[in-house]
Structure formats: structure tokens, C-alpha cells
Design a protein around this ligand. Structure first.
Ligand code: PLP
Length: 380
């Protein structure tokens, strides 16, 4: 068995994406700022890609800023908005944000005198809109809650959260890095003012992403230079990456609903099997309000890393939490925020599927998992 179940960490570049990118890496390698034919070809490719991304975000093309990925996008949204209009120097985020958001908020606290409020989550990892609303203050500059969590897949009641912020005139950002390609990311239905996405989570290469920034929202750029991206993000555009991102979104959206239905069924069967066959297994995150391709567990009295290694020996590639925290011995702050004890949080294992894992492959994974957990528990 060779099975890659770590799509939340990254995904392979899709063939169609690479093919769409190829011309802009070879014959049509112009710089979009150049005033000659090759430059114009590159500039048209970027404009077309921007229009495609805008179509799926349901926003205007001018509201899309291409970045180097999710981390830069989150930084640009938080730091860019907060520094352009410091208002009362207060930021509200959830307790389970990716470090790209939480560390940006902490940076604002360290260097710009902001106060950061972290809204807690329930045991399933969900933010309560009323609790979120209570954290908002007249002086809140920006609020940010992720659409879907990278460690345990919880999907937040985003529309309700965004409404609470907009009722108070507070700009609301969401990190949709894990959600893009799986959930509706139309900013009109989500009701958000800023949204981040990243190419490598949906079949485009690493190092490309996009941020939606509602027009009229003041932005202080992070990167200064030649004024590309309407001066919101200077630097020669990653033309091939931008074309790749647009192609990947187009492809992911074209079969999204069918894929989500199919993957959800497969995932639910996998979760049921794991809970039934692995003694002591605990599902982390909500049972239903979760990303289609996400199943995450804790196996008390084991070690997540040890289980992972045994699965890898059997050809199953998964993760012991978020890729960013991998290698760290600290229990995940996300799982701690959900009230999971540190010694249990250390045992987390995350399986994230694309669309290709079959029921029978996942039955085998559940079997391998039961063996791995039994072997590791007997050593404990
Ligand atoms: N936000 C979330 C929720 C993520 O899962 C990730 C990547 O794991 C990021 C942001 C960072 O994105 P990138 O790897 O493109 O910098």
C-alpha cells in the first residue's frame, strides 16, 4: 500500500495546472510590466487568472492580490489592515488560528501596541458567535477567524461570525487556506472583507496564493517596491504560479460538490471504522461540521509520532498534527484550546484525503492503524 493522506500539508501539482503554467515558464516568459509583446502576453495571462480567481471568490478582479502563499496572505490581511487604520489597537482572533494569523496578531501586540483577544472554542473546536460578539469592542481594528481548521477540520459558522463583526463596522478576515476547493469561498455568501487562500493546498505549486481585500479597505503593504498588484504587493508577478492557481481553482470548483459528497461518505466510513476497531480512539473536531477530507484522532497512551512511523512503514503517509508544528514536541495549541489534556493532545494523528482514496484502501489504513496503536500502546 502506498497512500498519501496528508493533503492538508500539501497536494501534488495537477497535470492540467502544470500544463497551463508551462508556456509562462518557457516561451512566454515575459515580465508583465514590460511594454513589449512578451510583456503584454504575460500581463494578459495575469489579468485572465485574476478574473478567474475573482469569479470563484465572487468579487471584483481588482480586489484580488496575488501573494507568495497563505502565510503572506494572512500577514498582509492582518498587518496590512491593522497598520493602515489602527483605530483602537485591538484585534480579535480565535484560539485555533494557524500561526500565520496568530503570530501576526502577536506581532501587532509586540510592535504596534495592539491588544489581542483570543476567542475560545468548544470541545468540538467551534467558535460560538455570541462569545465572538462579546469579544468585539468599539475600538476593535480587525477580527479574523479561519473558515476551516488545518488540524482537525472544524468548519466555523463563518457567516454568523462575519455578520457580528460587520454589524459593528469591524473588518473581518478569514483564512480559507484549507477551505478552498472544498467549501464555497464566495465572499458574498461568507460576508467577509478579506480572505486568504494558498495554491499548494489545491493542486497548484507551493509559493503562490491570493488574498481578497474588499475595495475601499485601507491597506499598508508589507512589501515595498515597484508597485505591482496596485501597490498592495510589490514584486514581479509569479506569472506561471498565478496561472497555475487560477487553473487549480477552476478545476477544484468544477467537480467540488460531487467530490465533497463522495469524500464525505468515504471519510465517515473511515471514522466509523477507526472508532469501532481502535480501542480508545477519540475523534477530534466536530462530527459533521468538518472538512470533507479530514479525519483526526487522538489515541490515548500512545505517541502520535510513533503511530505515524509505524503507518509510514506500511506505506501510509499522514501527519501527527499540522505540518508547521511537526517536529515540535509541544502539544498542539489547537487541541489544548478544545480542552484536550496535553498528554492526550500529544497522541494526535491526522488523515487528510484528496479525492482518490477508496473505501477499501481506507479499510486497510484503519486495520494498519489498529495494529500500530496496539504495538505502540504495548510499549508505553
Ligand atoms: N493557513 C492555514 C490554515 C494553513 O493550513 C496553512 C498551511 O498549512 C497556511 C495558512 C499557510 O499557507 P502557506 O503554506 O501557503 O504559507
Amino acid at each position: 500500500m502506498q497512500l498519501y493522506l496528508d493533503h492538508a500539508a500539501t497536494t501534488p501539482v495537477r497535470r492540467e495546472v502544470l500544463e497551463a503554467m508551462w508556456p509562462y515558464l518557457t516561451g512566454e516568459f515575459g515580465n508583465p510590466s514590460s511594454h513589449h509583446e512578451m510583456g503584454r502576453t504575460a500581463s494578459v495571462a495575469v489579468a485572465d487568472a485574476r478574473a478567474t480567481v475573482a469569479r470563484w471568490l465572487d468579487c471584483r478582479p481588482a480586489e484580488v492580490v496575488f501573494t507568495s502563499g497563505g502565510t503572506e496572505g494572512d500577514n498582509l490581511a492582518l498587518l496590512g489592515i491593522a497598520r493602515a487604520m489602527p483605530r483602537g489597537r485591538h484585534v480579535v482572533i480565535s484560539a485555533i488560528e494557524h500561526p500565520a494569523v496568530s503570530e501576526s496578531a502577536d506581532f501587532l501586540a509586540r510592535h504596534h501596541g495592539f491588544e489581542v483577544s483570543r476567542v475560545g472554542v468548544d470541545s468540538a473546536g467551534l467558535v460560538d458567535p455570541e462569545e465572538f460578539a462579546r469579544a468585539l469592542r468599539p475600538e476593535t481594528t480587525i477580527a479574523s477567524v479561519m473558515l476551516a481548521n488545518n488540524e482537525m477540520g472544524a468548519v466555523q459558522p463563518l457567516r454568523e461570525l462575519a455578520t457580528r463583526a460587520s454589524e459593528r463596522g469591524i473588518p473581518f478576515h478569514t483564512d480559507a487556506v484549507q477551505a478552498a476547493g472544498w467549501l464555497d469561498i464566495a465572499v458574498s455568501s461568507l460576508g467577509v472583507d478579506a480572505l486568504t487562500m494558498s495554491g499548494h493546498k489545491l493542486g497548484a505549486p507551493k509559493g503562490i496564493g491570493a488574498v481578497f481585500l474588499r475595495s475601499g479597505l485601507p491597506i499598508e503593504p508589507l512589501i515595498h517596491g515597484g508597485g505591482q498588484e496596485r501597490a498592495r504587493r510589490s514584486g514581479t508577478e509569479n506569472v506561471a504560479g498565478i496561472v497555475g492557481l487560477a487553473t487549480a481553482i477552476e478545476l477544484a470548483e468544477s467537480d467540488r460538490l460531487d467530490r465533497v459528497e463522495r469524500v464525505t461518505r468515504t471519510r465517515d466510513a473511515f471514522i466509523d471504522r477507526v472508532l469501532a476497531t481502535v480501542p480508545g480512539a477519540i475523534l477530534t473536531g466536530p462530527r459533521t461540521e468538518r472538512l470533507a477530507g479530514s479525519a483526526s484522532f487522538c489515541f490515548p497512551r500512545t505517541s502520535g509520532e510513533a503511530v505515524l512511523l509505524r503507518l509510514e512503514e506500511r506505506g501510509v503517509t499522514c501527519s501527527s498534527g499540522s505540518a508547521c508544528a511537526a517536529g515540535s514536541d509541544d502539544p498542539s495549541p489547537v487541541l489544548l484550546a478544545m480542552g484536550i489534556a496535553p498528554e492526550v493532545a500529544q497522541t494526535a494523528v491526522r488523515f487528510t484525503f484528496g479525492g482518490e482514496a477508496t473505501d477499501s484502501q481506507l479499510e486497510d489504513v484503519a486495520g494498519a492503524l489498529a495494529v500500530a496503536v496496539a504495538a505502540v500502546s504495548s510499549l508505553a
